[in-house]
Design a protein around this ligand. Structure first.
Ligand code: NAP
Length: 258
């Protein structure tokens, strides 16, 4: 018997406008491309314009709609400009993925550099506030929508040598809950996604020993892929997640179940 195959086309984001930060690489890039394939109009925000433009161009070549926008997410005015750009290009903003992030300084608390600590708090936590501060009024103007913020397994559990990163990602968890409570009855669902270690350029400087140790801490015995996180984010931003708000959505191969 010949096996029947089905070409599945999903149109779940048709007519929806999505803004993705950190969209030039890794999890942000994968999410921008996946949601564009499902019909979203996408604004790819990143500090690196060439990377953001490459992602937007690729989406356009595949028949989707996307524009790149250069912004440093730690600049509240730049985030306001990114939102205004989305409204100018596509007429509205419905969905946002506040995802840009960096690794922080490594070391025990008393040994880490204060400027490095401040930087990771600014990029990984405060920028999520700046992003939502600019996005929420636009999403309300559009009649409602959804936001996902990227936290981490380190927004759920600690790690002795990632002090700033852990503090920032726990902060994202709290910020997301507070915002979700504030806007649940106003038509905006807000959730955080918590990836385990994911094969992206963020891990490029990791030693072979550190990789081996971290892989062994994931019960599935491997790192995750950006595609696996993008699937979860797309679900949370879709109407299929209509009763999910203020949640901490784990994509961690079981890491935090220990
Ligand atoms: P990635 O491949 O390095 O992508 C992050 C993107 O954000 C890069 O293009 C980066 O540009 C950009 N970016 C950094 N700082 C920015 C700023 N101030 N303004 C605008 N853009 C900025 O990393 P990823 O792994 O996809 O990480 C995405 C998110 O997932 C981060 O929040 C990260 O903390 C989180 N996360 C990652 C993992 C993991 O294991 N990979 C695990 C848990 C959570 P540059 O390349 O120039 O820095």
């Amino acid at each position: 018997m010949t096996k029947k195959t089905y070409q599945v086309y999903e149109h779940r984001f048709e007519g929806k406008v999505l803004l993705v930060t950190g969209g030039a690489s890794g999890i942000g890039k994968s999410t921008a491309e996946k949601m564009a394939r499902q019909g979203a109009d996408v604004i790819v925000v990143d500090m690196q314009m060439s990377g953001a433009e490459a992602v937007a161009k690729n989406i356009r070549e595949l028949g989707g709609n996307a524009f790149a926008f250069q912004a440093d997410v730690t600049d509240p005015k730049a985030m306001e400009a990114a939102v205004a750009f989305a409204e100018e290009k596509f007429g509205a903003l419905h969905l946002a993925f506040n995802n840009a992030g960096i690794g922080g300084p490594a070391g025990l608390l008393a040994d880490i550099d204060i400027d490095g600590y401040r930087k990771v708090i600014e990029v990984n936590l405060n920028a999520v506030f700046y992003g939502m501060h600019a996005e929420i009024p636009a999403i309300l103007r559009a009649g409602g929508g959804a936001i996902v913020n990227t936290s981490s397994i380190l927004g759920i559990v600690g790690e002795a040598t990632a002090v700033g990163y852990v503090a920032a990602k726990h902060g994202v968890t709290g910020l997301t809950k507070a915002a979700a409570l504030g806007y649940a009855d106003k038509g905006i669902r807000i959730n955080s996604v918590h990836p385990g270690y994911i094969e992206t350029p963020l891990l490029k400087n990791m030693s072979a020993e550190a990789r081996e140790l971290l892989i062994s801490q994931h019960p599935q015995g491997r790192f995750g892929t950006d595609e696996e996180v993008a699937d979860a984010v797309a679900f949370l931003l879709s109407d299929r997640a209509s009763f999910i708000s203020g949640s901490q959505f784990l994509v961690d191969g079981g890491y935090t179940s220990h």
